[in-house]
Design a protein around this ligand. Structure first.
Ligand SMILES: Cc1cc2nc3c(=O)[nH]c(=O)nc-3n(C[C@H](O)[C@H](O)[C@H](O)COP(=O)(O)OP(=O)(O)OC[C@H]3O[C@@H](n4cnc5c(N)ncnc54)[C@H](O)[C@@H]3O)c2cc1C
Length: 450
């Protein structure tokens, strides 16, 4: 049976962007209704409960500069704890088939001099990139037509050191570097205040802290405040919009509203049937920001056995089928490891059966840390490209030649407003950017309703 609802503002998507927008609109005294496709809120942030141990299957870290996310956590009294091993990654030496300490970079000592000039060059480029408007960098158009893969081949001609840098950057962008422009990379580096702060392994970086109880706690608290104004299992399939208002058709629900906030990643915007159709420039823009690919596995152990042998639990494997590992254990709590694999390697993992995929990741962990990794107490994994309502992660990655699309993706069309981390100029791709975009979209709508 189809339910009919009227509201002032409809919000599509109950990720951090949609929930933030809806809560701000409701706080201002307006009627709001959130339509969420899944049977849960949080979107790309999803905390599973493994016998009382929270496992973050999606977004988890709170970056040093992520002040909006921190403010939201503070609002609900949710604490953070420092990531245990930040700054001390070990790396897998596939030639010697053994783990090694990073001194100071995760590669052989002889390779470091080949990498340092490229890092210095990126730092130089960062200083010429305004973090709020990276598209205004003097060389923005040239960087936009140049892929990171092309640039790295020029700056690091030797394959082995280049492979380590590539592998690290794929983990940050979640896409192959032949599909990422230098401008996108520079926007990311400028936003984080430096390359090392963005790619991890640095204090005051993007992986500084973790959330006690899991990263979706604040999303669930926002949904609690909204109560029955959040409608789950209601994927929106059609949007009719015009001067008189908007009409949405979703699974089991039809909604009429004065305005709508579409808080979805770009491919999900493109998947909706629009009447009238999205303007051509806008359709081609959302189609040029496909999602990256990421597979994540979380494993719980009785104790942090890797520390006995002096390993940090943070591993980078540039050549293997599984890319990385992070110690995310809460202080005094259970021992928890998170493995992330991105880009083409993630797509290879997602092509396996769920059992084979899990086995392959655990096998890599055994190779890195020894046989004690074989049998976690709990384990869960997800390839985000298989998730119908995300189609990938961490975020949309603009094609080279698209410039930095955040401001254009945020532009409203009549009564339709847009949120979502991909529309954020700062913290783009992060939870913090999703929250910022929700606040911005709510302010836009409130200015017009009032
Ligand atoms: C594996 C992984 C690791 C990550 N790590 C981090 C991290 O450590 N730190 C960090 O800050 N960020 C991280 N991110 C990114 C972060 O999770 C996202 O930037 C953020 O959650 C995006 O929020 P959003 O509200 O913009 O979009 P989403 O969370 O994608 O919300 C969109 C919502 O819309 C729903 N939806 C989709 N289509 C429809 C439809 N047709 N009708 C109705 N509803 C629909 C979806 O189900 C979803 O709930 C990670 C992401 C992934 C996948």
């Amino acid at each position: 049976m189809t339910a009919h609802r009227d509201t002032e503002v409809a919000v599509i998507g109950a990720g951090y962007a949609g929930l933030t927008a809806a809560a701000a609109i409701a706080d201002a005294g307006h009627d709001v209704l959130v339509l969420e496709a899944r049977q849960r809120v949080g979107g790309r942030v999803w905390t599973l409960d493994a016998d009382g141990v929270p496992l973050d299957m999606g977004g988890m870290w709170v970056g040093a500069g992520h002040m909006r996310f921190r403010a939201l956590l503070d609002r609900f009294g949710i604490a953070t704890y420092p990531t245990p091993a930040t700054g001390s990654a070990d790396w897998w030496d596939e030639r010697a088939a053994r783990l090694r300490r990073a001194r100071p970079l995760p590669m052989p000592a002889w390779a470091i001099p080949f990498v340092l000039p490229a890092m210095a060059r990126i730092e130089h480029m960062r200083r010429r990139t305004p973090p709020d408007q990276p598209w205004r960098a003097p060389a923005a158009e040239r960087w936009d037509s140049l892929t990171v893969a092309q640039w790295l081949r020029r700056w690091i001609p030797l394959r082995r050191p280049r492979q380590v840098v590539e592998s690290t950057l794929v983990l940050s962008t979640c896409e192959e570097l032949s599909r990422v422009s230098m401008l996108t990379l520079m926007a990311f580096v400028a936003d984080n205040g430096g390359l090392m702060r963005g790619v991890g392994g640095a204090e005051e970086g993007a992986d500084q802290d973790l959330v006690v109880g899991g990263a979706d706690g604040a999303a669930r608290r926002l949904a609690d405040l909204l109560g029955d104004r959040v409608c789950l299992g209601a994927a929106v399939r059609e949007i009719h919009h015009g001067e008189a208002g908007v009409a949405l058709t979703g699974d089991g629900v039809r909604v009429r509203a004065r305005r709508v906030v579409v808080a979805l990643p770009p491919p999900q915007v493109a998947a909706i049937r629009w009447t009238p159709a999205l303007p051509a420039w806008r359709r081609s823009l959302v189609e040029r920001v496909p999602m990256g690919s990421v597979t994540k596995l979380m494993a719980v152990y009785g104790r942090p056995f890797w520390r006995d042998a002096g390993w940090s639990g943070e591993v980078l494997d540039a050549a293997g089928p599984v890319s990385s590992l992070f110690d995310v254990s809460p202080p005094g709590g259970p021992a928890v490891l998170a493995s992330l694999t991105c880009g083409a390697k993630s797509r290879e993992l997602s092509a396996l059966s769920p059992g084979q995929r899990r086995r392959r990741i655990i096998d890599a962990m055994v190779r890195w840390l020894g046989p004690e990794a074989t049998t976690p107490l709990h384990v869960a994994d997800v390839s985000w490209e298989d998730e119908e309502f995300s189609r990938g992660g961490y975020a949309g990655v603009p094609w080279p030649g698209t410039l930095v699309p955040s401001a254009r993706l945020a532009a409203p069309i009549g009564r339709v407003h847009f949120a979502g981390t991909e529309t954020a100029t700062r913290s783009n791709g992060y939870i913090d950017g999703a929250i910022a975009s929700g606040e911005r979209a709510a302010a836009e709508v409130l200015a017009l309703l009032n």
